[in-house]
Design a protein. Structure first.
Length: 142
């Protein structure tokens, strides 16, 4: 079975790496690498708080949302990728209030039709934010 062994690579034969070949051709000596200074990683997502207007799309003003204002809860449409901590930081930064809790609801897209034409009503993500007693958010400027 000598034909089969022709195509197999032998373990003892090792091809030199490209770097070694280039060094031999050019006569380059490898310099000892200096270790890079250590950089401390920041904790958290790292999303900038100045993006608060991008995270919060708009306040949702419905009958149910206005009833929740009596309980110090406000409803906002938010970005699809936003999470609870980002929403909390955005509310605190934008309105200057202390958010105690955030609840998120994802509204799915719904099928709609107009005559023979079929389509979808787009879904969205909304957040119900509860703030500290005695604080207010002016949702509709007077």
């Amino acid at each position: 079975m000598p034909l089969i062994n022709i195509f197999r690579k032998r373990k003892s034969e090792k091809k030199p790496e490209k770097k070694e070949i280039r060094e031999k051709k050019e006569g380059i000596e490898e310099k000892p690498s200096v270790p890079a200074p250590e950089v401390k990683a920041k904790k958290g997502k790292g999303r900038i708080i100045s993006q608060a207007p991008l995270i919060l799309k708009s306040p949702q003003i419905t009958e149910k949302a206005t009833d929740l204002v009596k309980k110090n809860q406000y409803v906002f449409k938010v970005q699809e990728r936003a999470n609870k901590t980002e929403i909390k930081k955005a509310i605190e930064n934008l309105y200057g209030v202390n958010a105690t809790s955030v609840r998120i609801i994802k509204i799915p897209q719904k099928p709609r039709r107009l005559g023979k034409q079929r389509g979808y009503k787009s879904g969205y993500k909304k957040a119900i934010v509860k703030i500290k007693e005695g604080q207010k958010i002016e949702v509709l400027p007077r």
